[in-house]
Design a protein around this ligand. Structure first.
Ligand code: PMP
Length: 436
């Protein structure tokens, strides 16, 4: 498939989305897909291959959403679909131990720093929720510290955002989260070592775990100073709190061993999703053996799942990880990222408003505000969202899909080529000229 500069006809998509809204709240199974942040009706997708997606009206898009991160090999990678088809023929679920879950666990434990045991779940949310329970069970403490702007899935404990001020007891950021649950989550701003030190001095011995996305990628791409991450490791170790790296986006993407390898920091527990499922629903959490053995059936922390370790999903994950290893994917992804940046950064420098590319390997974001790209959520200028909306629709009309929200990142995959980046840069320049 290759996209053309089509004038978008979304009539079939619009009709389907109208139907969707009669049976699915907001027409979707996950909120951002509804285009609420950018307006308009989302293309309803029917097919995808390599770097392209196709909607029900036949429009083709050069895609930088990548299903929000899992598709590091690109859409419908043959190695993954072949593995899935073979696994499906042997049975879709057994509810019993399978060779595939053992194989994927061996790979993950063999790759990720310090990981001795891993437990599979069906989503990233479950993985982080379970890691948090495990941390509480293993330490006998209740408080969890998270950072504003980091997303850890939609379990109650993590749906808490910071108010202003140095440290707040969490206020739920969703209806339905009881304050008595949110109260157990402390929130700090990223990149604020002083506030972190103060909190650890005062309450470090009450904290079960500090949870962080080492490269926060759910509220823009808030690249952290390494000193900040090292500080988290040092101070948690000193007071007996666990450090949990939420690597659901970072893991197996920013480096073979995720952000832990990139920064040379071994967390106590880590959580995964996206890439390790090859595009099927998989999450996982893992860590040192002594900690993981607090889990049932060995220990007192309960955690389970009917479809956890699903053999088809495990086969997809194995195929994806093996394909990445076979082609030394991480250096290739860095090369692709650099090639993308070389084309896109100069275009953004000529935008009619301040605009900079932020990139870590194959993850990118556009910082649409003055000054250096922000390192914490409250430093994102709300005006950026309006600028992003213009870019988003200009690109979509030209057959390029980026995430339908200013706060979401973009993903490059091994299916992208330099020609795709030329196309992106040209169409971005055309869009920006139109907006100027
Ligand atoms: N943690 C992080 C860092 C994530 O980015 C996400 C999803 N974007 C989650 C957890 C939750 O994963 P899932 O959507 O699979 O539940």
């Amino acid at each position: 498939m290759s996209p053309t500069d089509q004038a978008l006809n979304l009539s079939e998509s619009e009709a389907l989305f109208a139907r969707a809204q009669k049976v699915l709240p907001g027409g979707v199974s996950s909120p951002v897909r509804a285009f609420g942040a950018v307006g308009g009706s989302p293309p309803v997708l029917v097919e995808a291959c390599g770097a392209h997606t196709k909607d029900v009206d036949g429009n083709l898009y050069l895609d930088f959403v990548g299903s929000w991160g899992p598709l590091i090999l690109g859409h419908s990678a043959a190695v993954v679909t072949d593995a899935v088809l073979a696994a499906v023929k042997q049975g879709t679920t057994f509810g019993a131990p399978t060779p595939n879950e053992i194989g994927l666990a061996e790979r993950i434990c063999g790759i990720y720093p310090g990981l001795e045991r891993v437990r599979f779940t069906s989503s990233g949310t479950e993985a982080v929720m379970s890691a948090v329970r495990l941390a509480r069970g293993a330490t006998g403490r209740e408080l969890i510290l998270k950072f504003a702007g980091c997303y850890h899935g939609h379990a109650d404990w993590g749906l808490v955002a910071a108010g202003s001020g140095l440290v707040t007891f969490g206020k739920p950021s969703s209806a339905g989260v009881p304050p008595s649950v949110a109260d157990k989550t402390l929130v700090l701003d990223l990149d604020d070592e002083e506030a972190f030190d103060k909190l650890m001095d005062e309450r470090g011995d009450e904290i079960a775990a500090v949870v962080v996305e080492p490269i926060p990628a759910n509220n823009g791409l808030l690249v952290q100073r390494e000193e900040f991450l090292h500080k988290l490791r040092l101070r948690t170790a000193a007071c007996g709190a666990l450090l949990i790296f939420d690597e659901v986006i970072n893991g197996f993407r920013v480096a073979r061993g995720g952000a832990a390898e990139l920064f040379g920091i071994t967390p106590d527990l880590a959580t995964f999703g996206k890439v390790i499922g090859g595009g099927l629903p998989v999450g996982a959490f893992g860590g040192r053996r002594d900690l993981m053995e607090h889990l049932a059936p060995l220990g007192a922390v309960y955690q389970a799942g009917t479809l956890s370790g699903n053999p088809v999903a495990m086969a997809a994950g194995i195929a994806a990880l093996d394909a990445l290893d076979a082609q030394d994917a991480w250096s290739r992804l860095e090369e692709l990222g650099a090639a993308f940046e070389a084309r896109v950064a100069p275009v953004l420098a000529n935008a009619p408003f301040p605009a900079k590319l932020v990139r870590v390997g194959s993850i990118f974001w556009m910082s649409l505000q003055d000054g250096e790209p922000p390192r914490r959520a409250d430093r994102i200028d709300p005006a950026a969202a309006e600028r992003y909306t213009g870019i988003f629709h200009g690109l979509l009309r030209r057959g390029i899909s980026i995430a339908p929200s200013a706060y979401e990142v973009g993903f490059l995959s091994l299916a992208h080529t330099e020609e795709h980046f030329d196309e992106f840069a040209t169409k971005l320049a055309d869009t920006l000229a139109e907006l100027g």
